[in-house]
Design a protein around this ligand. Structure first.
Ligand code: SF4
Length: 222
């Protein structure tokens, strides 16, 4: 049996999600091939899928990823009809390193020297202070301990209230930035990452939305 030694354009890697960006990808942003609207931020601590362990784990650092298509993580630049990358000549570092038949190159680069939001947003940009304020008030360092407390046999009611307040504050700060700076949803996902009510999941937690209000309920048992 002959071992695979080249890309067969099955599209599996692109369908599983776009790459994380590294300093080598900065020229793509400068040339306008990648814009803020094409990107999504994975904030430090955000529960995210680690393809090397196959588990959802808190992100060890902030990372910038090429966005997916709506609810799917399939890379924005993947043309499924043509089984092709629409920016192939300018694809990011991880895409150039990824060889599914030999993953040593991508494994060596993964999680190291990742770009963060402030590699792509100037300090004097109007959104910069809002990013810092949101990160300070709605960090995963605040959210994850609350989520963990839901696993105790009798979580305190104050835990659920604190989690609700945090998710609500996250939405409020986003809404204020969207209104003041007229941001698109895609820009919001780059500047502030995904909202906490979407990323904080627990088998006992039920999230109900009513307009801009969040209501959390706790199932009795897991
Ligand atoms: S940038 Fe191109 S090669 Fe990389 S994941 Fe997206 S479609 Fe695939």
């Amino acid at each position: 049996m002959q071992l695979q030694q080249h890309c067969q354009r099955c599209g599996t890697c692109c369908k599983n999600g776009g790459p994380i960006l590294h300093p080598e990808d900065l020229p793509l942003v400068r040339k306008g091939i990648l814009s803020h609207e094409n990107l999504v931020t994975i904030r430090k601590g955000e529960p995210s899928f680690n393809p090397f362990t196959g588990k959802v784990e808190p992100a060890s650092r902030e990372m910038i990823k090429i966005a997916g298509k709506g609810a799917s993580w399939e890379c924005l630049f993947y043309d499924a009809g043509q089984s092709a990358c629409t920016i192939h000549a300018d694809r990011p570092l991880e895409c150039r390193l990824l060889q599914c038949w030999d993953t040593r190159g991508i494994e060596a680069a993964s999680g190291k020297d990742c770009l963060g939001r402030f590699d792509l947003v100037a300090d004097q940009d109007l959104v910069a202070d809002r990013i810092r304020s949101h990160e300070q008030q709605c960090s995963y360092a605040r959210a994850l301990p609350l989520l963990e407390q839901l696993s105790s046999p009798r979580p305190a009611e104050t835990t659920l209230a604190a989690l609700t307040d945090l998710m609500q504050l996250d939405l409020l700060l986003r809404d204020q930035a969207v209104s003041a700076l007229r941001l698109s949803l895609q820009q919001e996902l780059f500047y502030f990452g995904r909202p906490l009510f979407q990323t904080l999941q627990h088998p006992r937690l039920r999230v109900a939305m009513s307009g801009a209000s969040i209501r959390l309920e706790l199932a009795c048992s897991i």
